[in-house]
Design a protein around this ligand. Structure first.
Ligand SMILES: [Zn+2]
Length: 252
């Protein structure tokens, strides 16, 4: 088993701003990424990943009139292990509600997208990977453009979702792209583990970025740890800043 790379404060935003590799990543417009007539499917391991990795993309796709489907694989009940305040039962109710509020803040009406919840176990997706592949396969169509977390993102759920989504997309004849999320934490600015050659940027205008920032503040459970048991927030202020670049990256 690999060591967990998601430790410490992570790579600061300023380091990414100075990254030569990141600066050289080409931009791609969403009309090329998701052609007219195609549907975009966003597959999020936990309620918040859809906004952290693809919030700006989702907003722009909705504005462009593209059909959008969101698949939330788990309900995020394992984000605060050992906490009585943030019990798994409470989180499993609150976190999907936070996602709904975040979508509204983004300017995406949750009622306007097809939203499927998988109910897979948070932190245990890899143990049900085959089942997830079959589950995803039920919702994917040949003309879909699928966005799931990167297969090497450094979080077991993110990686299992990436693998299962890649296999399901291949079987459905759909186009598959990967979205890095935790990689921004553990990777270094010129990291050779990042597949730079297949990276592209989706530029976010200032209004979209402001909406994404506002949407991220809806994830109250992730912005607060549990001081009673010394649990820090899952998303620190630095982590939020790191995820608020004026672009989002996908690996084609
Ligand atoms: Zn996640």
């Amino acid at each position: 088993m690999k060591a967990n790379p998601i430790i410490g404060l992570g790579t600061p935003k300023q380091a990414w701003t100075a990254s030569r590799h990141l600066a050289e990543v080409p931009t791609l417009d969403i009309g090329t990424l998701v052609p007219e007539g195609a549907r975009a499917v966003i597959i999020a391991p936990h309620p918040d990943d859809e906004i952290l990795g693809s919030g700006g993309l989702m907003k722009q796709l909705v504005d462009a009139g593209r059909e959008l489907q969101l698949i939330s694989v788990t309900n995020g009940s394992a984000s605060h292990p050992g906490s009585q305040h943030w019990s798994p039962e409470r989180l499993s109710v609150i976190r999907p509600l936070e996602s709904a509020e975040a979508l509204r803040r983004l300017g995406v009406n949750p009622a306007d997208l097809r939203w499927v919840r998988g109910g897979f176990p948070d932190s245990g997706v890899a143990t049900r990977e085959r089942e997830l592949r079959e589950f995803l396969g039920r919702y994917l169509q040949a003309k879909d453009v699928v966005f799931a977390t990167w297969c090497d993102d450094g979080h077991t759920d993110h990686e299992a979702v990436g693998r299962a989504a890649a296999a399901a997309a291949l079987a459905a004849g759909a186009t598959f792209h990967e979205v890095p999320i935790w990689a921004w934490h553990w990777a270094s600015p010129e990291d050779v583990r990042i597949p730079w050659a297949r990276a592209c940027k989706i530029v976010l205008d200032s209004q979209t970025l402001a909406r994404k920032r506002h949407a991220m503040q809806a994830f109250a459970s992730q912005l607060l740890g549990d001081p009673q048991i010394g649990l820090p927030p899952v998303l620190s202020a630095d982590a939020l800043e790191r995820l608020l670049q004026p672009f989002e990256v996908v690996f084609l």
